[in-house]
Ligand binder design. Structure first.
Ligand code: PGA
Length: 247
């Protein structure tokens, strides 16, 4: 079983996304993989309604850690859950970079998402400079230790996504060998942090039909978090149909 997740980011009006959801419903065949879409908030209720009788899950792209209150513009984990979400992204690099979200704040979100009964899909990843100067291991360790150290994570209730920032939306994909090696390093960091090393690990960063199978066939890669290519129903469905031995 692989996890094939589509992060739509800030794309599509509710009308456009309803059409996209219907196309995805028609194109994605039920199979061995767990398929999830992360539409913008305004399309979450439509996603839940349109995908109701399918095995495709729905997730929020973000949430606020507090349950309610004076946080203008924010959405709580309980609101997402009630609207039909089973998952929520936490710590996407765009949230870290453009909205200044710290490891400590992301830790609160992981706890809130879990308490609301959803699966956090927690993202980590290094910048291009950190990859080049060789400090990426320390960066990943810091992101994992600070946000997750001491939490009771389980394979069934928490997913981790490795998304090298230099590969997101750039067309530059980490080679399957590099991604696999770095994700093996993430398993060691998890173990050294006292967390389960067998968590589902998703790779994200310019994943597309042409490279999906070679990424998914690697030992440490249990799924994909797909941005741009997930907006095209046929491409998304092709990746969702991966089966072992497809490479
Ligand atoms: P991309 O985005 O596939 O467009 O590179 C991945 C992500 O940011 O989740």
């Amino acid at each position: 079983m692989k996890i094939i997740a589509g992060n739509w980011k800030m794309n599509g009006t509710p009308g456009e996304n309803s059409a996209r959801l219907r196309e995805i419903k028609a194109a994605v065949k039920e199979g061995e993989n767990r398929v999830i879409v992360f539409p913008p908030f305004l399309s979450v209720p439509d996603a839940a309604a349109i995908l109701k009788d399918t095995a495709i899950g729905v997730g929020g792209q973000n949430c606020h850690p507090r349950p309610s209150g004076a946080y203008t513009g924010e959405v709580s984990a309980a609101m997402l859950k009630d609207a039909g979400c089973g998952y929520c992204l936490v710590g996407h690099s765009e949230r870290r970079q453009y909205f200044g979200e710290s490891d400590a704040f992301l830790r609160e979100k992981v706890i809130a998402v879990t308490e609301a009964g959803m699966i956090p899909v927690f993202c980590v990843g290094e910048s291009e400079a950190e990859r080049e100067d060789g400090s990426y291991g320390q960066v990943l360790r810091r992101q994992i230790e600070n946000a997750l150290g001491g939490l009771a994570l389980t394979k069934e209730t928490f997913f981790l996504a490795y998304e090298p920032v230099w590969a997101i939306g750039t067309g530059k994909t980490a080679t399957p060998e590099d991604a696999d090696e770095t994700m093996g390093m993430i398993r060691s960091i998890l173990k050294e942090t006292g967390l389960p090393e067998d968590l589902y690990l998703l790779y994200g960063g310019s994943a597309k039909p042409a490279n999906a199978a070679s990424l998914l066939s690697r030992k440490n890669i249990d799924g994909l978090l797909i941005g741009g290519a997930s907006l095209k129903p046929a491409d998304f469905a092709a990746m969702a149909a991966y089966t072992d031995g497809d490479e």
